[in-house]
Design a protein around this ligand. Sequence first.
Ligand code: NAD
Length: 344
Amino acid sequence: MMRLLVTGGCGFIGSNFIHYALREHDDWEVVNLDRLTYAGNPANLSDIEGDERYRFVRGDIADRDLVDGLFRDGLDAVVNFAAETHVDRSILDPSPFIDTNVRGTQVLLEAARNHDVGRFVHISTDEVYGSVTEGRFTEDSPLRPNSPYAASKAAADLLCRAYHISYGVPVMVTRSSNNYGPYQFPEKLIPLMIRNALAGMDLPVYGEGAQVRDWLYVEDNCRAIGVVLMKGRPGEIYNIGGGSERRNIEVVEMICRVLGERLNRDPEDFKRLIKHIRDPRGAAHDFRYALECSKMRGLGWMPQVTFEDGLARTVDWYLANQDWVEGVITGEYLEYCRRVYGDG
Ligand code: NAD
């Protein structure tokens, strides 16, 4: 058996990864450490409650005693998803991003160092590279983070590097592009647009919506993380891109088209809801991210889900799981929306 600590497993990618891990690997056991912030939802994993290969621990990755205790119980590997993840929130208040993304990662690395853990995958983001106008970022591109979120992730990546070089901790870093798919909290672009369109509410698009993102279906990312966990080389960084660059406005219009097809409605009914609003990110809003992913291809990984197919699957999942969406939306989230988007 491989005993795996997954942190942040009640969030979007973490919960998809735990489903993937238990489904694809009969010989893996998962301990999920999650603080259950506004973004964490145990219901994402309700179907595996009672599975003897799964255990949930509620707690903070920055809590040294708690983390030390989990490592003392014996762990073979760690995958660190836990993070504050929303760029706009980091612009409103960077402090929680430093506490979790930087200090929390250091606590985990220190425990891995003290307990000689076999493998450690740290989940990072393409946002650490900043914005690119032409070409693609390689794993050796300079780090030029523009938002407090991206800076906190870059700081954690550098700690991973230092813990590998100084102490030999076998840490690998993955930097993926924008994920989408089931269980994504509805403050992120795709689920936000689906929910608002269904409710007949404005579809808020920052500026002209000209920013370009490379979209990665979450299952493709989970497979990639599994590959890095098993075959990656300690000390290495791996870019994981979906190879699907789209402007934000194109994504929103595609969602309107798919919703129109699924609900037998005129897509124009949804497109009319698009509202261009002032960009709260200002200069911190990166124009384009794009990744060179030949290192991952060298490990035998390629994305398998096209953007058209992944988006259709995602819309179908949100249509079938509207109770889940309403269940994760708290008063705190609605208050946050009012601060960012106004009362409309
Ligand atoms: P998410 O916001 O959906 O989930 C984060 C999870 O971490 C939540 O369950 C939350 O409760 C938990 N958490 C937060 N602070 C914690 C703490 N101090 N201790 C324990 N648990 C804590 O995030 P996500 O979108 O699933 O992202 C997961 C990871 O992937 C993050 O590290 C993020 O930076 C990275 N990433 C995300 C994307 C994306 O498109 N979503 C892209 C690239 C990289």
